[in-house]
Design a protein around this ligand. Structure first.
Ligand code: SAM
Length: 454
């Protein structure tokens, strides 16, 4: 355990954080100098409104320097809710007998992916419960390949139980984008309490999963912690060290860091804990992660309310899910069966409305998937992020995909709003440092060409 992150030091650092000036820490961060644990602890310990505002403003600046104003959109696709585990907080726990369970056959996965494709998504995240007999590596690899073969979804990510290096190799060969796995909690005692039957070995296999995934060829990995299981400052610090461990060892930080917050789930003994964090604390977590791990994408899911998500998209988040369902077959309106949901979501807006709201808040919705398709991944992505180059590709690509969305999927009202935003950027091509031929490419899309990118 100690060779990944030094768990024992985290609480000590948080407790004994130095009194370094907040302004000097934030200016160091803005110059992209690595913050020391002590300095991160100072930021995490801030509670007063004035200094919180300073953190938010810095996070916003860093987000815009690295990623620009764009935020990437995706949807989860649950392939199975049949689970061997009994996690105390999860609706999929095996002791929950309240609703039907299923592992989707490949044809159903493609059916669900097609629904998402027609809504406008180009990127989906397959989510699977742990079931070694049914949710096998070859099942998951076939699901990825079938989606590419039968839909215009350009990139498929996966959140599943961890595998060995050979398993990850097979997944990589299927064309998988990001492999995502949350540690749930980095605090060992809490981990063992929340996951009955799991041992030190399971904790270790989980925390080292990303090392194996990268060795198996998957260049982009997504880490996360389930906020609410243990102290949020501890988990934030652990996530930062986990990402830094990956960067030191493989040259690329975590591609994404997810910050799911505990939500009520049916028939679970742990619905709330004394560690549930307030919205303000949650915003601070996102901002501190953005400041301390500038090249990582920060993912905010529909576990959060629309109101909170509309705020967070301007202070550090770079990817959000939208229109999500957390049960297999969740996107079709089949009657008769009620497939077990993993947890209840808080933001029920469909993609169309999320896009409207993003634009209203000055954020550019992006359905772009270019990086994975041209090899701008792993170390290359991290280097380009630090050089401030990612936004140069992201902005025009976001606008191109937004134009496709406006023509193919948007409601009339949303299409108008999208086009207004696109035109604003086209009219100010020099100011926004956009490629001279962007207008030409937009014309090509209007004339029926698809999937154009820089
Ligand atoms: N089987 C995979 C694994 O071993 O990690 C996937 C687990 S689950 C399908 C995906 C994630 O949902 C979990 O990692 C957990 O963080 C989150 N989750 C589970 N129960 C939740 C709840 N009640 N509220 C919010 N998130 C939850």
């Amino acid at each position: 355990m100690q060779n990944i992150i030094n768990i024992n030091n985290i609480n000590k650092t948080l407790k004994n954080a130095s009194k370094s000036s907040i302004d000097s820490i934030l200016s160091k961060a803005l110059n992209f100098k690595e913050l020391k644990p002590d300095e991160i602890a100072v930021l995490l310990n801030i509670e007063d409104k004035k200094n919180l505002k300073k953190i938010y403003a810095t996070a916003k600046k860093i987000k815009e320097i690295i990623f620009g104003k764009r935020i990437v959109l995706f949807a989860p696709l649950y392939v199975s809710n049949e689970c061997i585990n009994d996690c105390l907080y999860c609706g999929f726990r095996r002791s929950n007998k309240s609703a039907s369970r299923i592992t989707l056959p490949l044809s159903k996965i493609v059916e669900q992916a097609k629904i998402l494709e027609h809504t406008g998504y180009k990127r989906i995240l397959l989510v699977a419960s742990e079931n070694p007999k049914k949710v096998t590596i070859s099942y998951l690899a076939s699901a990825v390949k079938e989606i590419y073969k039968n839909t215009s979804i350009h990139i498929v990510h996966l959140n599943s139980a961890p595998f060995n290096i050979d398993g990850f190799k097979k997944l990589h060969n299927s064309g998988l984008g990001v492999y995502q796995l949350f540690q749930e909690t980095y605090h060992p005692e809490t981990y063992f309490y929340m996951h009955p039957g799991e041992t030190e070995k399971d904790y270790y296999l989980r925390i080292t999963a990303m090392d194996r995934a990268i060795k198996g060829g998957i260049k982009d990995v997504g880490i996360g912690a389930l906020f609410g299981l243990y102290d949020y400052k501890f988990e934030t610090m652990a996530l930062i060290f986990h990402s830094r461990h990956l960067e030191k060892k493989f040259g690329s930080s975590a591609h994404t860091i997810s910050v799911p917050r505990l939500r009520p789930a049916e028939n679970t003994p742990v619905q709330k804990t004394k560690y549930n964090l307030s919205d303000e604390e949650f915003k601070k977590v996102v901002a501190v992660l953005r400041i301390a791990v500038p090249a990582a994408g920060i993912v905010i899911s529909t576990r959060e309310s629309a109101k909170l998500r509309n705020t967070i998209i301007t202070l550090g988040a770079s990817q959000i899910s939208a229109g999500s369902r957390t049960s297999p077959c969740g996107y079709s309106s089949e009657t008769g069966k009620r497939w077990l949901e993993q947890f209840s979501i808080d933001d029920n807006r469909p993609l169309d409305k999320v896009i409207q709201d993003m634009i209203h808040h000055g954020v550019i919705p992006s359905l772009c998937t270019t990086c994975y398709r041209i090899g701008r991944t792993g170390k290359t992505f991290t280097l380009k992020a630090y050089e401030g180059q990612i936004k140069n590709f992201c902005l025009p690509n976001a606008l191109l995909t937004l134009k496709e969305y406006s023509l193919d999927n948007a409601s009339l009202q949303t299409a108008k709003i999208c086009d207004k935003m696109i035109n604003k950027y086209i009219k100010n091509i020099k100011k926004y440092k956009l490629p001279d031929n962007l207008n030409l490419k937009i014309e090509q899309i209007i004339n029926g060409k698809r999937d154009i990118y820089y």
